[in-house]
Design a binder for this molecule. Sequence first.
Ligand code: NDP
Length: 313
Amino acid sequence: MAMKSKVLIVGGTGYLGKRLVKASLAQGHETYVLHREEIGVDIEKVQMLLSFKQQGAHLVTGSLNDHQSLVKVVKLVDVVICAISGVHIRSHQILLQLKLVDAIKEAGNVKRFLPSEFGTDPARMENAMEPGRVTFDDKMVVRSAIEESGIPFTYISANCFAGYFLGGLCQPGFILPSREQVRLLGDGNQKAIYVDEDDIATYSIKTIDDPRTLNKTVYIRPPQNILSQREVVQIWEKLIGKELLKSSISEQEFLAIMKEQDYAEQVGLTHYYHVCYEGCLANFEIGDGAEEASKLYPEVKYTTVEEYMTRYL
Ligand code: NDP
């Protein structure tokens, strides 16, 4: 049997990153996690890193501001996965990955790089609205650098993180589902795709040694999880045994409210707009040159929307 690749996770202490570390270890990869010197005495992060070590990961010290330190750690592995932050209301550091790309280029040994994507496919968002398009534009800048450097890659388009979208019944600004009411975005009928973050990590790790995913985009579209906001609400109503009071916010109202928010909020709202009013995640067929994760890996028992939502009961 082919040897499993050694993996370096950058941003392993993050919301998605910690799941990537877990999935990499679970799938039997020798796993290295970058310990950035800059985190200093952030006790939570250091404790998390130590817990990874207890689970079998190797901690490696380096900094995105120290090229040689990065080259050194990249040389230890076959695959690099970056999960650096990219949500404005938390932190947005996507372009810092250019330093990682430089290090991977110089090291010259990396067989696969998965940059911090894990959302809407930025290549499909050339007409996205301001200011939220910055997320897609920055991710495309990183893609260009990867491709110009000839670094083998896989781009993961993970659609909606379940925690954000299912937690809030697809309403921006909410991450816990109400038992009383919900505001539908428009008619609430646009389909989106929701994926448990642990499943995103599992599928992502599955791709790294798979020749079918080399230099391709992999969309994660679990078939049972392609649902409209109304359908998500119905699932929740069934779970709580009660109908919610429903109102609706029109496209025009949504955009008007958006303009009154601060920059970080506007970025997030732009993303909700494209997903919930335009249906940008599910309104296209996956064409040649791309793959779909649940078809590639039918052995993964993914979490359905209903299963995910039972945690809120
Ligand atoms: P987090 O905000 O949890 O941050 C991840 C990591 O970013 C941290 O662990 C940290 O690493 C690193 N980081 C933050 N600031 C810096 C810095 N200045 N220099 C270097 N590293 C830094 O990220 P998420 O898990 O929320 O996001 C990961 C990816 O997932 C992004 O691409 C994002 O766009 C995407 N995403 C998609 C969503 C969807 O619904 N599809 C929802 C949310 C995110 P360290 O520990 O070393 O400091």
